[in-house]
Write a protein that binds this ligand. Structure first.
Ligand code: SAM
Length: 278
């Protein structure tokens, strides 16, 4: 059973000759039951505007609208997708706005009314950069309540990783410092057309009203980037360029100078950032 009266996605792709382009990270979801499920994982959106990056032929867009999103703003780089998206706009009058362009260059805020959620099957080449931008705005709370994002599974694991694990690093710390982040769905390559080489996962990140621990965002980013750049080294050596008395700062944050970055939890990284900012 279809979720709407529009043609099946395979037919949409054929009608509009949307052969997938690798350079644009195009791996499309064709199962509308699955896209509706991802839409539901983003929450009940009757009272929310939803920002979607990279709608492509519109599978997730249709899921979001069919599940009741108040309004969807979809930003797509590939102009070939516009006619297919126009058909969805016509089926849901006044509820979908499509902008063509690069999501890294467009400021969507003028076109969105709070409260806002973000839901996307992200192009793999810009996904991490967009996530880092969404996690590091000047002010907190950010413009969004939650992010529901498809990533390569390995990236999803880096976002939700705990201290001591191989995947733990800057991304985990940025995400877990001021959101509740968890993997809510795992998908095999065959869920996509064409199938990518790796598995994927949907991550749900809910913005906390305040960061878990106080710290200056820029300093925290700087410290974690420096620490994990040489993750095998002891912190007294990987961080020695940050301050001449780095061992004192480490001890002030309850960190042993001989510890390695992956042993340090978010709380102590925040304490270190505070000590270095003081
Ligand atoms: N949402 C669709 C789905 O789930 O089937 C398509 C997902 S596909 C993984 C990624 C989409 O992002 C493609 O449609 C691609 O053209 C688009 N895209 C790639 N880079 C982009 C960028 N910088 N800004 C906006 N869209 C982009």
């Amino acid at each position: 059973m279809s979720i709407d009266t529009l043609p099946p996605l395979r037919q949409v792709i054929e009608t509009h000759a949307l052969a997938a382009k690798k350079a644009l990270g195009q791996n499309f979801l064709l199962d509308l039951n699955l896209t509706a499920k991802i839409a539901r994982l983003s929450g009940r959106n009757e009272d929310h505007d939803v920002l979607e990056i990279g709608p492509g032929p519109g599978g997730l867009t249709r899921g979001l609208l069919a599940e009741g999103a108040r309004h969807v703003l979809a930003i797509e780089k590939d102009a070939r997708c516009l006619p297919a998206l126009a058909e969805i706009e016509a089926a849901y009058p006044g509820r979908l706005t499509v902008m063509q362009g690069d999501a890294l260059d467009i400021d969507p805020l003028a076109h969105l009314t709070p409260p806002i959620r973000v839901a996307a099957n992200l192009p793999y080449n810009v996904g991490t950069e967009l996530l880092v931008r969404w996690l590091t705005p000047k002010d907190w709370p950010p413009f969004w309540d939650s992010l529901t994002l498809m990533f390569q599974r390995e990236v999803a694991q880096r976002i939700t990783a705990r201290p001591g694990s191989k995947a733990y690093g800057r991304l985990a710390i940025l995400a877990q410092w001021r959101t509740e982040a968890r993997i809510v769905l795992n998908l095999p390559p065959e869920a996509f057309s064409p199938p990518p080489k790796v598995s994927s996962a949907v991550v749900h990140l809910a913005a906390l009203p305040e960061p878990r621990f106080p710290a200056d965002a820029k300093m925290l980013q700087h410290v974690t980037a420096t620490a994990f750049n040489q993750r095998r080294k002891m912190l007294r050596s990987s961080l020695k360029g940050l301050a001449p008395d780095i061992e004192d700062h480490l001890r002030a944050a309850d960190i042993k100078p001989t510890d390695r970055a992956e042993q340090i939890d978010v709380e102590r990284f925040c304490a270190l950032a505070r000590s270095l900012s003081a």
